[in-house]
Design a protein around this ligand. Structure first.
Ligand SMILES: Cc1ncc(COP(=O)(O)O)c(C=O)c1O
Length: 471
């Protein structure tokens, strides 16, 4: 009977399709027109002209039948709705934190928490601050300090927990800044470092340092369930536990969290702060009423709260997580077959292609990642996102010179429950074709850019005004 798949294997996606959304591959000439009209900035291409959209995993999940059902029965009462009860009690159960503050998305949660706790004298350590977290710290005149472990900075290192905080760097930060550190943050998984996980042992060690210095630890937990899955698979002694048990223990090392529910809560909008300090929670609720809304909806409709609660229950399903993360790893394996380089190991929610090593003839000033992403769209209608010099080039405050980031990456962020294995095989094969274009691919130059966050809106053209792909 060896043709029967053993029960512990997952032969395919753990769901069947109930609703479909038609996608189209517009013809090549049309893609050329679209790319030119978007001035080589893929953010400006209409989604109707995108065949496979891997721009982000945020707010792009497919909701389940149960989530849609919960939306239909959402309670839209202004105060104390049933949907709020479900939202609050689900978050209390999973995190163990008793005070829940609803927000419309992750950065609103950060704004609330940091607005209460951070001032211009402060330094806030994190493994790596996500851009919105960094911006929310810096907006208050404080310093956002990254303390990720050294392995997390090496794209070829295969260590299992490259999202870990370096305890040495954290201790050094306390030695240097002392009382200027109001609390510590830990981002799970570490999005800006390639979607890499943080181990339970590391969370415990970070907590011990925080206790020594009498400060709180907050978790930026947008992908807490994916992080728990990695702990179950990679950390000794965790294999027999459920995802919920692992997540619950992880949260117990923190004093609270901010969450963008647009990731692991499997919804298109939503977020929250949860914490154990009643006093801090009271302050946040007062600010919430000014910024977002009454404390039992916080900028969300009742139906949104209901969908988040259901999504948080569903994301704890280990079969779902296995399918989810193995889908990302499967793209990695296919890229390996093609010899396409990417940041290793594959992250929980995305693959980060190494454009610098694929296009060594394009200097950072001509944005190899942008050029690669534009060619990927032209080749196959796939939208990916440059994470390199266009996004992160900055002025060195000491020398006044422009400094490029260490890596020139192209992120393939995988929406949850959206694309099939076959569709993602198509993506990996397209990535190899674009890599094979090699020196035929030209760099790009900026024609116009806004003062901040230029990658969203800037106008570009192939360097020297020629073609993007030379024959
Ligand atoms: C780790 C992390 N924190 C915070 C955020 C911000 O969340 P939002 O986009 O919901 O404001 C994101 C979004 O990508 C994230 O990945």
């Amino acid at each position: 009977m060896d043709h029967i798949t053993p029960d512990h294997d997952l032969p395919f996606e753990p769901y069947r399709v109930k609703v479909v959304e038609r996608i189209h591959r517009v013809p090549r000439e049309e893609r050329e027109r679209m790319l030119q009209a978007a001035e080589y900035n893929v953010f400006k291409i209409p989604s109707s002209a995108i065949y496979i959209d891997l721009l982000t995993d945020s707010g792009t999940s497919a909701m389940s039948d149960r989530q849609w059902a919960a939306m239909m029965t959402g309670d839209e009462a202004y105060a104390q709705s049933r949907s709020w009860d479900d939202f609050e009690s689900t978050i209390q159960r999973i995190t163990g934190y008793q005070h829940v503050i609803p927000c419309h998305q992750g950065r609103a949660a950060e704004n609330l928490l940091f607005g209460s706790l951070v001032n211009e004298t402060h330094v806030v350590p994190n493994n790596i601050h996500f851009d919105t977290t960094r911006a929310n710290v810096e907006f208050r005149g404080a310093v956002a300090l990254d303390c990720v472990c050294e392995e997390g900075l090496d794209p070829l290192d295969e260590s299992p927990f490259k999202g870990n905080m370096s305890i040495e760097k954290l201790e050094a930060a306390f030695a240097k800044y002392g009382d200027r550190i109001p609390f510590v943050m830990l981002t799970i998984t570490n999005n800006s470092g390639g979607g890499q996980p943080v181990s339970m042992a590391n969370a415990k060690a970070v907590r011990a340092v925080c206790d020594d210095h009498g400060v709180a630890l907050y978790l930026d937990c947008a992908r807490f369930a994916e992080n728990a899955w990695f702990i179950k698979r990679r950390e000794a002694g965790q294999e027999q536990r459920t995802i919920e048990e692992i997540a619950r223990e992880f949260f117990s090392y923190g004093n609270g969290c901010t969450m963008s529910a647009k990731k692991d809560a499997l919804v298109n909008i939503g977020g929250f702060v949860a914490l154990d300090s009643e006093e801090t929670a009271r302050g946040l609720a007062a600010r919430l009423i000014i910024q977002e809304g009454f404390p039992t909806y916080g900028g969300l409709a009742g139906r949104d709260l209901a969908a988040v609660a259901e999504g948080l229950r569903e994301v704890l399903d280990e079969e779902y997580l296995t399918y989810r993360i193995e889908q990302v790893q499967r793209i990695g394996a296919r890229l390996d077959d093609h010899g396409v380089p990417y940041l290793r190991p594959a992250g929980g929610h995305a693959i980060y292609l190494d454009a610098k090593s694929m296009l060594p003839h394009i200097p950072p000033s001509q944005f190899p990642g942008v050029s690669y992403a534009a060619a990927l769209y032209l080749d196959s209608g796939i939208r990916a996102c440059e994470i390199g010099s266009l996004m992160f080039e900055h002025v060195d405050p000491d020398t006044g010179d422009m400094v490029s980031p260490e890596m020139e990456l192209v992120r393939l962020a995988i929406p949850r429950r959206v694309y099939s294995h076959t569709q993602l095989d198509y993506v990996a094969d397209a990535c190899a074709r674009v890599r094979d274009m090699g020196e035929r691919l030209s760099g790009v130059e900026v024609v116009w850019q806004p003062a901040a966050l230029r990658h969203f809106l800037c106008r570009l053209q192939p360097a020297g005004g020629g073609a993007l792909i030379n024959t």
